[in-house]
Every structure is written in structure tokens, then in C-alpha cells.
Design a protein around this ligand. Structure first.
Ligand code: NAP
Length: 216
């Protein structure tokens, strides 16, 4: 699957913390090639800095970025999803795959927004929803993916490869995605609180903070 993906054109819309983690992993692993990647952010100065760092085309123009894209990875905040889908609907191909990581945004909503903004040709765009977690930053992520109405097994395999790049991936029915958000997506934050408390305990009994943190 990886070699097939390197032929595909990828647009990453909203290359912030999570989008950046994913894109850096793809480029490092050669999952996608830099010449066939376009990324976007909100602020022009961030676009310039990211383009310099990653050596890929980064702009603030979502519509331009999705032109000719086989895969659109949507990594904006949930409240920005509708605005971005309306922008890109005229350019996104009917054969494209849309992969969204937006928390709590159902595939039906993504499908409806695209269809409403793009007309008939978008009634069948394949959509995959994903819920990764922060350990993805160190390649130890756990991601659950589910498919929308028009996504098939091949689309799920593509999405699986995209999240296997930062850890492990499981395919689930969409009805479980809120439970996933509560468990594996939020779980690491609770583990950090425990680690922090252990380190704090170490400091209280006389250990230097850096030693206590390392031991915890
Ligand atoms: N962080 C996680 O561990 C995690 C885990 C699971 C799911 N998620 C989901 O991932 C998504 C992103 O989360 P995040 O933590 O990565 O947020 P983030 O760091 O704030 O990233 C959001 C990015 O979207 C960009 N942006 C805002 N408006 C835009 C627009 N109109 N067009 C293009 N780009 C735009 C921002 O640009 P600027 O940089 O210029 O401001 C920023 O780079 C959310 O939907 C969240 O639910 C995150």
C-alpha cells in the first residue's frame, strides 16, 4: 500500500499540531513524496515557516491545495470544518478520499456539507473519519478509523496506512467513535497527570526535579 500512496497527491488542510505530526511522519517515511503534497494553515507566516521546514508547498489557500488531490486530510479544528469544506467543494474530485480527524464530527455531517456545497458530483465522495491520539508524536499512537457511506475497503486500507505511520490503527464501526475519543484519545492526558504526580512526589521527598521526572 505504501508504494501505491507515494503516487498519490495529498492535501493536508490545517497543518497544526496533529497535521504536522502526520505530515512529518509521511515525508520521513516516504509514504508521500514532497512534490505531491500541498499543505495549508490559517496564518501566512506559519505557512512560510512550515514550507521552509518541510520543503513542501504550504499556503493559506485550501481550494488551491486540493486541486488534483487524490487524498484530502482534514486536520482543522471541528469548528472550522464546515467553512473549509465549503471552500474546497468546488475543487475536490468526486473520486477523492476525504480523511477527517476532527473530533466528534460524524461522517454524515462531512458528506452532507460536501454535497450541499458541491452539488450532485459530491454525493458520493468517500469519507473516512479517524480518531488518533497524542502518542502519535513519538510514533506510538493508537488510531481508530471508520468509514462513511461511500468509502470502501480500499479507502479504509489507505487510511490505515496513513495512521500506521504514527503507531497502530483499528477499524471500528462509527457508533464507537465517541467511546474512542473518551478512551484512547483522552486517556494519555490522564496518564500524564499520574506521571506528573509521581514526579511531584519524588520532588517532595528530596529528589531533584529532573531526576524525579526521569524516574516517573
Ligand atoms: N492534537 C491531538 O492530539 C488530536 C487528537 C485527535 C484528534 N485531533 C483533531 O485534530 C484537529 C486539529 O487539532 P490540533 O490539536 O492539531 O489543532 P491545531 O494545532 O490548532 O491545528 C489546527 C490548524 O488548523 C489551521 N487552520 C485554522 N483555520 C484554518 C483554515 N480556515 N484553513 C486552513 N487551516 C486552518 C491552523 O493554522 P495556524 O497554524 O496558521 O493557526 C492550525 O495549523 C482537531 O479537529 C482535533 O479534534 C487532535
Amino acid at each position: 500500500m505504501s508504494s501505491e500512496l507515494s503516487d498519490k497527491k495529498l492535501a493536508v488542510l490545517g497543518t497544526g499540531k496533529l497535521g504536522g505530526i502526520l505530515l512529518r511522519a509521511y515525508l520521513k517515511q516516504g509514504l508521500f513524496v514532497s512534490g505531491r503534497v500541498a499543505a495549508t494553515v490559517r496564518h501566512p507566516e506559519r505557512a512560510a515557516a512550515l514550507a521552509k521546514e518541510l520543503k513542501v508547498a504550504v499556503t493559506t489557500d485550501n481550494r488551491e491545495a486540493v486541486k488534483g488531490a487524490d487524498i484530502v486530510l482534514l486536520t482543522v479544528k471541528p469548528q472550522t470544518v464546515a467553512e473549509v469544506l465549503q471552500e474546497i467543494a468546488p475543487e475536490i474530485g468526486a473520486q477523492s478520499l476525504l480523511v477527517s480527524v476532527a473530533a466528534s464530527v460524524p461522517t454524515s455531517y462531512l458528506e452532507q456539507q460536501l454535497a450541499a456545497a458541491g452539488g450532485r458530483k459530491h454525493n458520493e465522495v468517500a469519507v473516512v473519519r479517524a480518531m488518533p491520539n497524542t502518542p502519535a508524536a513519538v510514533g506510538c499512537g493508537m488510531t481508530a478509523i471508520c468509514r462513511g457511506t461511500h468509502a470502501n475497503a480500499g479507502h479504509l486500507e489507505i487510511a490505515r496506512s496513513m495512521f500506521d505511520a504514527v503507531g497502530r490503527t483499528i477499524v471500528l464501526d462509527e457508533k464507537h467513535m465517541d467511546a474512542v475519543t473518551g478512551l484512547s484519545a483522552s486517556g494519555p492526558a490522564f496518564a500524564y497527570v499520574i506521571l506528573e504526580s509521581l514526579a511531584e512526589g519524588g520532588v517532595k521527598v528530596g529528589l531533584p526535579r529532573d531526576v524525579a521526572t526521569l524516574l516517573a
